[in-house]
Design a protein around this ligand. Sequence first.
Ligand code: PMP
Length: 396
Amino acid sequence: MTNRQLFLQHVATTSDFPIGLEIERAEGIYMYDPNGRPYLDLVSGVSVSNLGHGHPRVRQAVKDQVDKYMHLMVYGEFIETPQVKLAKLLADNLPESLNSVYFVNSGSEANEGALKVAKRYTDRTEIIAFNNAYHGSTHGALSVLGDEEMKNAYRPLLPDIRFLEFGNVADLEQISDKTACVILEPIQSEGGMIIPSKEFIQTLRARCTEKGALLIFDEVQMGFGRTGKLFAFEHFDVVPDILCLAKAMGGGMPIGAFISDKKILDSFKNKPMLGHITTFGGHPVCCAAAKASLEVLLEENIVADVQRKGELFVTLLKDHPLVKGFRQLGLFIAVEVETQEIMIEIMKEGFELGVVMDPFLFYPGAYRIAPPLNITDEEIHHASELLIQAMDNVMK
Ligand code: PMP
């Protein structure tokens, strides 16, 4: 049997698009099949490979840590130095109130932990979330998914959740002194790259402060430079009470975190209730990779050029007759087309030509461009030529 046949038979699919292309190796913005055919990656493994595939410094950090140790025990018995160093580096690059890092393995887990600690800290139960929000697939994260139909098979989910309309300032009145927390992406990714007004985010911040509700920003997808700032909240001049990170954090290795003020995270400690426990959260090899990845991002000043690169894509694609518009911030771009059918056709044609894009979970009429942040101008020109060719083919 071929690997593709084995894949289809034995590996449970995690998405609706099991294309099943075998990749033998990946480097920079390219993935290569066993025949050496390149595929230009405009998805970055869904905003994971922000430094491209196999960045040498990240690879070296992984190798060095593997040679030291891979797992000790992380319930406080031993200090794992890679965790300490990463926590310090994160705290140094965040506002003062985001000074304590709880390490987990994924975005869903980061959001789970944030929701739980908000309940502990406020002693309240109500959670507020938004329409078209995606925060993960575990039961708690799924409970704050902003689409009722998609959740139907999994009920009962968490009670006491209220959904507001993303971007609607008047709706924020519903945040009350019963609200434990409000969870949202400051810029919605799977909603189709929806950028709210500064007024919306600032009113939300003020209302949460006034009512004593914790504000949780899920930056699992938008964090680590994707939008042209190191963190998306910087666009709005506000600071969340809890920041959730994952995806790009580990430079390709699985790690996540929820970050808050020490006094908030310490509320997990009050007995006799169970705090929050993880066996692998903050794995030393992943922490070493995450530290190297963040250092490269900072030292090479990569984020400073991200907005210009995003605009270059827009300039190169905007005159194509199939393109109806863009929503773009940094290197996260939604390219609007007329219908979902056209979007799917463009993605298929792109795949044939060797360029990989992605759809949005909640927004059928656009495709996503989210390449590694260190993509060069030359590579952007080449990627755009392939996209234009794919769109031309759809028009034929
Ligand atoms: N939040 C957001 C905004 C996401 O995009 C995702 C993953 N697509 C998650 C949370 C869940 O992360 P994970 O798949 O690592 O659990």
